[in-house]
Design a protein around this ligand. Structure first.
Ligand code: FES
Length: 106
């Protein structure tokens, strides 16, 4: 049975808009669903995230990490990074700061 969203430690938004679907978003969603087995995560398909130039796009919350060009093949790379405790070293990852420091790391 799928884990209720409110109970999950992480939520993965996987864009299923037209540009993302054309560039592998459905495969990425499928790989996310396979990868989350046994983890406190849920996969939430979304409409267009307005980041189409970087399709396919996923976002991991509460980490606030946008993952551009996240094809299904790269989902395992992201899962290994999650196991190490951070997504910031995933190639192309964009950390959306919520601590008022801005997004440039400064
Ligand atoms: S279709 Fe995915 S960001 Fe627009």
């Amino acid at each position: 049975m799928p884990r209720p969203v409110a109970e999950a430690a992480r939520r993965v938004l996987v864009c299923q808009g037209a540009a993302c679907r054309e560039r592998g978003g459905m495969d990425a969603r499928h790989e996310w669903l396979l990868a989350l087995h046994g983890r406190s995560m849920v996969v939430v398909p979304t409409a267009c995230l307005r980041f189409c130039l970087h399709a396919p796009v996923s976002i991991v919350y509460p980490d606030g990490v946008w993952l551009p060009r996240l094809t299904g093949e790269r989902v395992r790379e992201v899962m290994r990074a999650l196991d190490r405790g951070t997504l910031e070293d995933v190639a192309g990852a964009i950390v959306a700061r919520t601590d008022g420091r801005g997004g440039d790391g400064g």
